[in-house]
Write a protein that binds this ligand. Structure first.
Ligand SMILES: [Zn+2]
Length: 67
């Protein structure tokens, strides 16, 4: 142990959006992103993919719902 309770090391991770350092701690509400902007942009990208793929599969396979 070479640390004091008062000076916990700040853990940083790589922002999934911009690749920059992001503080991974409760103080960073946007973690693992570095900022609100990066979080919003990433969510937007995910939304596009999530809505795009299933839609095409559903249209080409109408008999999928059997249960
Ligand atoms: Zn970022």
């Amino acid at each position: 142990m070479n640390g004091t309770a008062n000076s916990a090391p700040v853990r940083t991770v790589r922002c999934p959006n911009c690749g920059g350092p992001s503080v991974y701690a409760p103080s960073n509400v946007y973690r693992p992103f570095c900022s609100e902007r990066c979080k919003q942009m990433d969510l937007g990208a995910w939304a596009n993919e999530e809505f795009g793929l299933p839609e095409k599969e559903g249209q080409s396979d109408p008999g999928f719902e059997q249960s």
